[in-house]
Design a protein around this ligand. Structure first.
Ligand code: ADP
Ligand code: MG
Length: 356
């Protein structure tokens, strides 16, 4: 048998309609470079900021070149009479934030009945919505910082009542954030009550629903999870923000954040982080991968779950693959496991459907 016969077609979907478009390009380039060419044939699919799809040679092209040529439309791989095929054995969305990480893209894969890497529709949507994720964590008795969800309509109806409600529960510093964003967009650390209204206005620019959260003074830890029915957790890492908190500038522009890989922690805390990461993964019914983020409170040494990311940053230096690397799973193998998990999941789900 020829070599081509044994290679699996992996469609990488990258770019996308979110504030994290650029991060996605870097993540896709790293994945592209690390997919073993003896095993995989890559179909590169660039999605522009307007949501249009286009097959490209590779994610390594400069962005001006990615942005040239014809676009495909809805259910692109079903497009007839096209010289170009987006058909693949498995789809690998490396799209962060809305329209990629939130279940919508996963829904498209389900409708088309194609295997894909990562979390299901439900887990993706639950993980993306910070209010829903927190509600699920709380229902599983997992520790989260005290929080409150506020809808835009309630804020618009009675701002004063909202402010009184917030100030009755939280003392500054507290955090105000949109439920459905990422990359720290729309987040404010409120340091005195006079700032609250403005913080809400900002967060409501990005979503109809926001969270107010008790500020936890402590360290920020992250843990990578991989698997399906029997997921495993990596060694934890630490993010040491350069600013007041880990904000957008710090994440993507200034690059002054420092990382502890692995985090310097006692064995007891490592075990606790890993246990909680796996519980959080199960709480949202996740599969494939996730990066689970924590706070380790300084004064109590208590852990709080912050959030779960179902398509974490995947650049060569991102926390998710780095943590696996130091836990004994190199980038290339990590990708193989993710692809295998996606294929198996599709197979077993098909089996379920046949029996119902
Ligand atoms: N409750 C909190 N206590 C302390 N710091 C917080 C809290 N919530 C958010 N932060 C800070 O803001 C950053 C971004 O918040 P996060 O909820 O992780 O949103 P994003 O999805 O944008 O990453 C965190 O990495 C942390 O530095
Ligand atoms: Mg975060």
């Amino acid at each position: 048998m020829g070599k081509m016969k044994n290679t699996l077609r992996v469609a990488l979907l990258f770019g996308g309609r979110s504030a994290e478009h650029e991060v996605s390009l870097t993540s896709a380039a790293a994945i592209y470079r690390n997919l073993n060419p003896d095993k995989y044939q890559v179909v590169s699919v660039f999605i522009d900021k307007a949501g249009r799809w286009r097959p490209v040679e590779s994610p390594l092209l400069p962005s001006e070149q990615l942005d040239q040529g014809d676009f495909f439309s809805f259910l692109p791989w079903k497009q007839e009479n096209s010289p170009i095929s987006l058909e693949a054995d498995i789809y690998f969305p490396i799209l962060h934030g809305p329209f990629g990480e939130d279940g919508t893209m996963q829904g498209l894969f389900e409708i088309a009945d194609v295997p894909y890497v990562g979390a299901s529709v439900l887990a993706s949507a639950a993980g993306m919505d910070k209010a829903v994720a927190k509600a699920l964590f709380t229902s599983c008795h997992l520790p989260v910082a005290e929080y409150l969800t506020i809808k835009k309509i309630d804020w618009q109806k009675d701002r004063q009542a909202c402010l009184e409600h917030i100030h009755g529960i939280f003392n500054p510093p507290f955090f105000v954030k949109p439920a459905n964003m990422g990359s720290s967009v729309g987040i404010t650390k409120v340091k005195e009550p006079g700032q609250t209204a403005q913080a809400l206005e900002l967060a409501f620019q990005y979503d109809q629903k926001i969270l107010v959260e008790e500020g936890i003074a402590g360290r920020e830890l992250e843990c990578s999870v991989l698997g399906d029915e029997n997921p495993k957790a990596s060694l934890p890492g630490e993010v040491i923000p350069h600013r007041e908190f880990y904000d957008y500038r710090d994440k993507y522009h200034e690059g002054k954040t420092r990382f502890g890989i692995p985090a310097d922690l006692t064995p007891e805390i490592v075990t606790k982080v890993q246990g909680l990461a796996l519980q959080a993964f199960r709480a949202i019914d996740c599969s494939g991968m996730a990066r689970v983020d924590f706070f380790l409170q300084d004064k109590t040494q208590k852990l709080f779950l912050n959030e779960i990311n179902t398509i974490p940053g995947f650049t060569q230096i991102s926390m998710y693959p780095k943590l696996w690397e130091i836990s004994g799973l190199p980038f290339q193998q990590l990708l193989e496991e993710l692809i295998t998990l996606g294929l198996e999941r599709h197979r077993s789900r098909k089996h379920n459907l046949e029996w119902t």
